[in-house]
Design a protein around this ligand. Structure first.
Ligand code: XIL
Length: 388
């Protein structure tokens, strides 16, 4: 596909690498008419259809996605990320004592299935180890110690997987939901170390793995809340940092939608385009579309119109991503309702994923499949109409 050469996707040509390391079989680089992508025998899988337009389609995975549902987790997706596997709380539960079980499992699964990996996430106020937050609260971890601990964390984790992570979500969710938005002064990291902690994290991550594409990732950066407040603030901040030499290569839009709020596909696309035109890679990182449901175990929408809204919103997001060449990956935040984060986070909500609680594909899945298919083939040509 000329429109979106995989080799041109990474600032450093990093996109051509697969999880097996640079130089391994470029499973995703297959041109539309070239060999079928490795890792999927199904030419109608999302990953195969995405490969035909050089747009990796992916999902966050929990350990259970890997152990229990490997066929879909490996067969449908060409890029994966750990739902929690690479968060600081997970990898260093006690100070100086590392647990790479889940992260290594993800990397091994990705390698076996020829999947790219998005690393998620290095600098975030959530899911920090308690030894770290308690130590800071108690004053045993001073400001200078905290700087040193963060540096060690980034070099240790990014270094461990050096050359095998395509994109890193370096910093996550630093901007307020206010209008106008800005860096949240109450964010835990900003309170401890000030705003310079964000560019510093990018610099360390870049030193630790110069080939990884480094992303700033957040929600509401593509108009999901009906405004462009956070999008504007992140745009202004990211371009300023980049122009000052900070190695920030991409903007990730989480894209968690909720049918109760509505959605503006034009704004979504324009925002993706704006980041792209400024020279950033763009990634749709955590797409899902939640709604109110009967119960967490069954997740049947209480409003039947939600069953129509969901495929529409998924499709609008994917179509926007397809239309903007700067978008280098489209990943959902979990593919089955049975393992989704939504019921545990948003009271009464669920049904957010492409597959239901029994791992059966929903209409949203088929809609994405059709969108990718049409994008790869182009619309069928028709005979010209007679003149009226
Ligand atoms: C979520 C995980 O999916 C849950 O398992 C965990 O309990 C909380 O975090 N935005 C992000 C992700 O950037 O890291 C979050 O993941 C979902 C929202």
């Amino acid at each position: 596909m000329e429109r979106r050469s995989v080799l041109a996707m990474g600032a450093f040509g990093a996109a051509a690498m697969v999880a097996g390391g640079i130089g391994a079989a470029p499973a995703l680089a297959s041109p539309a008419r070239g060999p079928k992508p490795v890792g999927s025998g199904d030419p109608q899988s999302l990953r195969a259809l995405g490969a035909a337009i050089d747009l990796p389609i992916g999902s966050a995975l929990t350990p259970q996605d890997i152990t229990d549902f490997a066929a879909v987790s490996g067969g449908q997706f060409s890029v994966v990320m750990g739902a929690n596997a690479m968060k600081w709380q997970t990898v260093e539960p006690a100070q100086g004592s590392y647990d790479w079980t889940d992260a290594d499992q993800l990397m091994a699964f990705a390698k076996a299935n020829h999947q790219l990996v998005r690393g998620h996430t290095l600098l975030w106020h959530n899911q920090l180890p308690t030894w770290l937050t308690d130590g800071v609260a108690a004053g045993t971890i001073t400001k200078s110690k905290l700087w040193a601990l963060l540096e060690k964390h980034i070099f240790t984790e990014v270094g461990r997987y050096k050359g095998r992570i395509w994109q890193w979500d370096v910093a996550n969710e630093f901007f307020t939901d206010a209008n106008p938005s800005g860096i949240n002064p109450n964010d835990w990291w900003i309170q401890q170390l000030g705003e310079s902690v964000i560019p510093q994290a990018f610099k360390w991550a870049h030193q630790a793995d110069p080939h990884a594409l480094l992303f700033y990732n957040d929600y509401n950066v593509t108009g999901e809340d009906g405004t462009n407040a956070k999008s504007d603030a992140v745009y202004a901040w990211a371009t300023k940092q980049r122009d000052a030499g900070v190695p920030i290569h991409g903007i990730g839009t989480q894209a968690h939608l909720d049918t109760q709020y509505g959605f503006d596909p034009q704004r979504f696309q324009q925002d993706l385009e704006r980041f792209g035109k400024a020279g950033f890679k763009v990634a749709v990182t955590e797409a899902d579309v939640r709604t109110f449901v009967d119960a967490a175990a069954t997740q049947v929408p209480t409003d039947s119109l939600a069953q129509f809204a969901q495929p529409f919103e998924y499709s609008a997001m994917l179509q926007a991503a397809i239309s903007v060449p700067a978008v280098i990956s489209f990943t959902v935040w979990g593919w089955t309702d049975s393992l989704s984060w939504v019921p545990g986070t948003f009271s009464g909500e669920g049904y957010a994923c492409l597959y239901d609680v029994n791992q059966q594909p929903k209409q949203a899945y088929y809609t994405l499949q059709k969108d990718l298919e049409l994008a790869a083939e182009g619309a069928p040509r028709r005979a010209p109409l007679p003149r009226a």
